[in-house]
Design a protein. Structure first.
Length: 111
């Protein structure tokens, strides 16, 4: 006899977590709460650092990712936005790409 499941494996894990948390509430003498289980692996769920460097190096060589996108992808949430912005500036400077002020059209004559 085949048993069809209405839940995917992910649904089963979420249901298990919710049930476990409700059981913990009951054991603590509280009314069971309503829980929404979510799991985030952050940097741990990503490929190792060396694999990311290799992949991003290929993307950089092919010119398919901006420096900003490469830095964001490589460091993710492990570095703050200020650090990543400084890293982008450092890389661009090392490559000889300087940020210039955008020239105005017409200069001061438009005032």
């Amino acid at each position: 006899m085949e048993i069809a499941s209405a839940f995917s494996c992910t649904d089963c894990r979420h249901q298990l977590a919710q049930t476990a948390l409700a059981a913990a509430d009951i054991l603590a003498g509280k009314m069971p709460g309503t829980y929404k289980a979510t799991v985030s692996f952050g940097e741990y769920g990503a490929p190792d650092f060396d694999s990311r460097v290799k992949t991003l190096s290929s993307a950089a060589t092919g010119g398919i990712m901006s420096v900003q996108a490469q830095v964001d992808e490589l460091w993710g949430s492990s570095k703050d936005d200020d650090w990543k912005a400084a890293e982008v500036r450092r890389i661009l400077n090392e490559r000889g790409i300087a940020e210039l002020e955008e020239p105005s059209l017409g200069g001061d004559s438009l005032k």
